[in-house]
Each structure stands twice: as structure tokens, then as C-alpha cells.
Design a protein around this ligand. Sequence first.
Ligand SMILES: *Cc1c(COP(=O)(O)O)cnc(C)c1O
Length: 381
Amino acid sequence: MEFNTKVIHGGQKHDPSTGAVMPPIYQTSTYAQSSPGNHKGYEYSRTANPTRTALENSLASIENGNYGLAFGSGLAAIDAVIKLLSPGDEVISTNDLYGGTYRLFTKIYENFGIKFHFIGMENAQNIEEYINANTKIIWVETPTNPMLNIIDIEASAKIAKKHKLLLVVDNTFATPYLQLPLDLGADVVMHSATKYLGGHSDVVMGALIVKDKALAEKLYFIQNASGAICGPMDSFLVLRGIKTLHLRMQRHCENGKAVAEYLAAHPKIGNVYWPGFENHPNHQIAKKQMKDFGGMLSFTIKGNNYDSAIKVLENLKVFTLAESLGGVESLSGHPASMTHASIPKEEREKTGVIDSLIRLSVGVESKNDLINDLSKALKLI
Ligand SMILES: *Cc1c(COP(=O)(O)O)cnc(C)c1O
């Protein structure tokens, strides 16, 4: 089955009792047993729920994995992966990581004796320097937020295999429409399904997808034992979202390109960070591992004036100023005062998060309306 068919049919079957084409929202916590231990595969909804199973099968299918696991949020999914570790274990992660992942690693898991190295992974060979006998996981996020850096998944996988480490890839920004980390040698794909998989800014959810049975069993154990599952209604919503993932992503990419090119040619704009540009430092890797370049981009205003960035953001009408990304509607954000406000100015500026940096999640509206919106706001500075 090809991807565009998998998003609709992958891992799905019609409801056996009624033929319902979409799985019912099984809003139940428990299931009748005919005698103790004799049931139809479902005992208690923390362990498994049929609507969640339908979603988990879809997730496994679209990422070319064998097992899918859905969680109450992206961070709950990340949390489950780190629970594979024991005190003393080490994780090597990119230094341009989603802020919430960084917070979970440093504020929660460092207290439990797990050590994290945050390093530049633009050159995957940098990873090897940090590997020692305690290293267990390489954590990759690509493209990164908000600088749209690209990390070579295949090269990272080779290093992970050589040293018998797990390679985890946060595939939230790219989605399986653009890149398939398991095919490139990753062991675990992680998603904030809140973003493109759900796609409609109406649900918070996380996901993990793996190929290996033994690893899947460990993660299912943690999912059930720690209990950070998602409910049947949310499972239904994300399953519905996935059915149009290919259509939405195609338009996100098309609009992202148009907006990136418009901004790059604008006299008031400094840098535009988008992996589709030939002068992006890892454009060749992006071209190799991604089908297209996505709808996420960031840009700076010439002169790097904080107030100009704020003025632009206050005057955008089609782009909504809000946290999050990946929905059908276009969103704008100001990393320096929003997502990265807790990072000292000097630190964030080292990674490129300067005062005038604006991040856009380009939605699926008409691209002319998006460009006009930016044009009007930029006239005011
Ligand atoms: C949003 C996000 C997360 C966290 O997911 P939640 O669903 O908000 O818990 C993790 N990684 C990336 C790249 C994200 O964008």
C-alpha cells in the first residue's frame, strides 16, 4: 500500500458488529468477562481500548512500523521512552530541542540520575565524541524548532547501530508524509500528535512507533504501568485527522515554499530559515531524507529590533499569534518572548533565537491571503 492509501486504510477494519466505517468512540472503562479472565481482548481501558487500538494500528502503518502506542500528550510519549532507562544511563540529544522536551529531561529526569548531553548535531559525526559505556539513547529532532536545523537520520542510525544504542527521532515537524525515520534506521519514532497528525488544533496527544517486538513490549508495559494514555474521543479525532494528512501536508509544503520565497525577497527581512533553500546549511541532507520541506519556517527582521517583531505579530490578521503548530490555520509566534523566554538571552542568541525572530506555522489557507497579510504587517515597520 502506498502512503496516501495507508493514511486512510492502514491497519483499519470496519467495525465487526455493525460495519461502521469509522471505529465507534468506545467510551467505556471496562469490558464484560464471561468467566474470570475470559474476555474479548479488552479488560480495562488503561491497558487497551478499541478506538485507541484503531489509532495505534494506523500510526504503526503510516510510519512503516509494526507497533503504535498513543499517549495523553507528546511529552507523555517522551516520558515513556526515558522510563526505559535506569539511574546512571546517558542520553545524547540535540541542543536545539523542543523546549518541553528539554524541561522534562533537565528538570525531572536529571533528578533521577539520568545524564543528558545537549550537542550540535548538524554534523552527525559530533555524536560519537559523547558516547561512553553509559550511553543508551541518541535523541534526534529534525527539523528543529524554531531554527529549522536538519539532522542526518541515516548517519545518526549508523552511529547508534555501531554502539548498540537506541535512536529516537521526534518526527513531529516532518510527519511520515515527509520522512520515515524507521526506514532510515531509527528504533523509535515519537510524535506530538497535537500538531500535524491531529492537524486541526483540537486535541493534545502523543505517539510512539517501533518495529522491534521486544522494544514494543517494554513500551506497552510502561504505557500501561505509568498510565499516561489518551481517551477514546481524542483517539477518534487523531485517527480522523490522519486520513487527510497527505492532502494537508501537500498544501502546507506548497504554502510554506511560497511564504519562504516571499519573505526572502522582502527588503525588510534579514534571514529566512527554511530547509528548502539551497543556502540552508543542511539542504542536501533535507533533500535526501525528506520528500518536501514542510510548512514551518522562521525569519528575522533587518536591524533585529524587538519592537518591530512585536508590531508585525500584533498586526497579522490571518496568522493567529499562538503557541503550537501543524493545524490547518496559520499561526505565528515569537520564540524570544514565548517558547524560549525562560532561556537566558545570551544562551538563546547563540542558537539564533534573536529578538526579531518570528516563527510561522504556515497553514492551508490561500497563499495569496497569507502573503498579503505579511505584506500589510511589514509595511507598518
Ligand atoms: C509540541 C511538541 C512536543 C510536545 O508535545 P505535546 O503534545 O505538546 O506534549 C514535542 N516535540 C515537538 C517537536 C513539539 O512540537
